[in-house]
Design a protein around this ligand. Sequence first.
Ligand SMILES: *Cc1c(COP(=O)(O)O)cnc(C)c1O
Length: 427
Amino acid sequence: MNTADLLAADRAHLWHPFTQMKAWCEPASEPLVLVEGEGAILRDSEGREYLDGNSSIWTNIHGHRHPKITAAIKGQLDRVAHVSFLGSSNAPAIELAEKLTALFPPRTLSRVFYSDDGSTAIEVALKMSLQYWQLIGQPKRTRFLAFDNAYHGDTAGASSLGGVGTFTSRFSAVHFPAQHVADIAALEQIETGEIAAIIIEPLVQGAAGIRLWPPGMLKELRAWCDTHGVLLICDEVLTGFGRTGRMFACQHEDVLPDFLCLAKGLTGGYLPLAATLTTECIYEAFLGEYHELKTFFYGHSYCGNPPGCAAALASLSVFEEEKTLETLQPKIALLRDLLAGLKESPHVADIRQCGFIAGIEIQRSSGEPYPWQEQAGQRVCLAARKHGLLTRPILDTLVLMPPLCTTEAQLRTAVDALQRAVTETCG
Ligand SMILES: *Cc1c(COP(=O)(O)O)cnc(C)c1O
């Protein structure tokens, strides 16, 4: 099928996520059909090339078609594609659990529960924390705390914790009991006796528009949790695997949560796989005789999926072999310099950067924000596409979060494309 046929069939049968399909189906909209990738570059069905400026929705780490990761997946497929994790185990899942837990000090986050994506990694943490409190005789702890503007996924439990009303309020009637707070100071007002856990996106709230937490905040939150006996869930679905410049965001502040949720970049961004890491203390509360019904009755068909685990193992070995985190540091500094150049534009209201994650918030040259209905951010990103940069905004914040393998030259091209797109669109 050529591009036109593909798009006609797409418009006839598909329903895309977070997408107003009426606009999508209008002839003026020109969705890309992506067919190939190599490193930080993606190619569409018309042969045009783009830098993958948002790492294929924040998932890709070492670039597309990395030979190590591709070979690991193919190698696994030559043995077996999927086997059950209920009642049996498999080598890649076992090895990956060993490798993941070894990234933390011994006897801290020593248990791994697999699921499929970020949302399910969160669901696991929520249900485990609820059951944990029941098992240790504090059944009244049934409520969750989350932060304003948070994003933790779209399944019912995960979206209960979301702090962006546009995404969550229609479903509030069926949500888990959750309360939102603006910041760490607001926690002082909270009655904690019924709180099971608090969840945070450490260092940076992604979907909120790349909003940074003040340095030291995570450490303060850990201390607050310890004082009040509240479990801490770190949602590192976005920040995990080097995105912030360290392997995990919580390492910047020497914090260990009670639950660590990993997904997007876990497989290098190749296959859907998630992991919820927790402590031996939580795990041990679930041990007992079968008839005591302490079992965690939870699971998904694809838990521990072997090709996913093989991809994740390969991604971790690429971190070691290519010294990914080391070579990333000068690129983070370069990104900071390049973005400082953008700041001079009257159309740029704010620039927020955390490691290799950046948000550029645009405004009218008068300094007024654009009305959200104008979709200014979206229009800038469409213009950037013509200059070879593919990304997606969050309202009027342009997101630049390319794969960690992006070269310095590609980074310059990306920021240049953004600059030109802003000038053309806003100027
Ligand atoms: C994307 C994201 C999720 C949800 O992950 P999915 O794989 O899309 O379900 C959860 N938390 C954060 C911080 C995310 O960025």
